[in-house]
Each structure stands twice: as structure tokens, then as C-alpha cells.
Design a protein around this ligand. Structure first.
Ligand code: ZN
Ligand code: ZN
Length: 235
């Protein structure tokens, strides 16, 4: 099972997961022209799209990809927020597993400042691999075992954010929002320690902040903590 990060930041998010036969999209937060360009000018090979929440850096092309024939699975809260009124918009709920093609997906409750934001536990029947995808959430209630790939947001480090607030580079209000909406390096470490990482082959850190992160440090510290190959999405 191959996870590819095409875009991963507050400017746009686009990921694919493939088992060699079927390819699914996770997020579609770029203009449709860019989505198509990154995916090879065609959406015809995409089985469906999982959409975590309605913020435009994740959902910008939602209406367009449905018009192009791609079904979207997302929460009622996201459908309402984006007015995704289409037979291609499928409602899913945290805790209610669903299956489509080679995939079985368990939506998970995320903690973010958007209605009914979700994370996803994705199982592939062909490869028997399991991936957790969690972004735009400041923590996760659940712990997981048997994961092969973990893609988790690592938005900021508390010390970098604090020094940016002190220097005036980041307004205090933005800091307060980040604390209650995005995953910090410290919380990612706590989360990873709470999980059984035995089978994990890859850890992807996604959605790093432009100004409040340090990609090399995040990669090094997570790799040291877990002993697993760690990659920074979008770099
Ligand atoms: Zn985002
Ligand atoms: Zn968001």
C-alpha cells in the first residue's frame, strides 16, 4: 500500500493511497486544475475521496471532483458546511465503518474547529495493510494497534510557537486557536507512545505550519522516539 503526499499545509492538502489496483484520494484542498495536474491530468483512476472536514485547504476542489465523477465520503457537518448537494456526497459518521471496493474505512472523531471533523482508519483488503490518517485535530481520543502506516499532523512545536508569539510574529489569538485545533509535536509524541507501533513501517508527518515548525527537528525527534522511518509530507 503506497501513501503519497502531493500537498500538505494550510495552503492545500492532497494525498493518495493505492494498493496497486485501486487508488483513493484523501482530501482535495487545491484548485481542481492543480489537483488534475498533480494526479496526471485525469481523475478517472480515482475510486473515491475521503474528506476530513470543510476548511478550504482540504476541500477546495470537492464540488469539482464530484462533477468529474468522483464520490466523496465525509461527515454531515462537512456536507452542510460546504453545501455539497450531490448524489456523489456520501454521509459517514465517526465509529461507523464502511466499505467500498478494496477498502474498509473507519471514520474517527477529530478535535478541530470545523463541524464534525474526521480522521480515518483505512484498511486495504488486497494488501491487508492498515493506515491511520489524522490531520487538523489537536489530539485523538483513540489508540490503535496493527497499523502499517501512520500519517499524522505535526503542525507546531510549543517552544517555537511561544517564541513567535513573544517576537510578535504570531498573534496571541492565533496561538490560542492552534492549541485547540492542531496537533503539536508534543501531543504527537504522546499519541505515538500510546499506540502499538510494532507493525508500523512508515510515519508521515503532515500539515506542518509554515512558521511554527522545524521539519528536520520534527523528523529527527519522531524517528528517535519511535525507531521508525519518518517522512515529512510536502517536502
Ligand atoms: Zn488544514
Ligand atoms: Zn482545518
Amino acid at each position: 500500500m503506497e501513501f503519497v503526499a502531493y500537498a500538505s499545509s494550510s495552503k492545500g492538502n492532497l494525498y493518495t493511497l493505492s494498493d496497486g489496483q485501486e487508488r483513493i484520494l484523501i482530501e482535495c484542498g487545491l484548485p481542481i486544475r492543480e489537483v488534475k495536474k498533480l494526479l496526471g491530468f485525469s481523475l478517472s483512476g480515482i475510486s473515491f475521496c475521503l474528506l476530513s472536514h470543510g476548511h478550504s485547504d482540504h476541500s477546495k476542489a470537492a464540488a469539482d471532483i464530484m462533477r468529474a465523477g468522483v464520490d466523496i465520503y465525509t461527515s454531515q457537518g462537512t456536507i452542510d458546511a460546504l453545501k455539497l448537494h450531490s448524489h456523489r456526497a456520501h454521509v459517514i459518521r465517526a465509529g461507523k465503518q464502511f466499505a467500498s471496493g478494496n477498502w474498509i474505512v473507519l471514520p474517527i472523531e477529530a478535535q478541530h474547529d470545523a463541524p464534525e471533523a474526521l480522521a480515518f482508519l483505512v484498511y486495504n483488503k488486497t494488501t491487508r495493510k492498515r493506515m491511520l490518517f489524522a490531520t487538523d485535530t489537536y489530539y485523538l481520543k483513540n489508540a490503535f494497534a496493527g497499523l502499517d502506516i501512520i500519517a499524522v499532523e505535526c503542525n507546531y512545536a510549543a517552544d517555537i510557537l511561544q517564541s513567535n508569539v513573544e517576537s510578535g510574529a504570531v498573534p496571541a489569538a492565533m496561538k490560542n486557536r492552534l492549541l485547540k485545533s492542531h496537533f503539536s509535536l508534543e501531543n504527537v509524541k504522546k499519541f505515538l507512545k500510546a499506540n502499538d507501533l510494532n507493525k508500523v513501517q512508515e510515519i508521515w508527518l503532515v500539515h506542518l505550519s509554515d512558521g511554527n515548525s522545524d521539519a528536520e527537528r520534527f523528523k529527527r525527534e519522531i524517528q528517535e522516539l519511535t525507531g521508525k522511518p519518518t517522512y515529512i509530507a510536502g517536502v
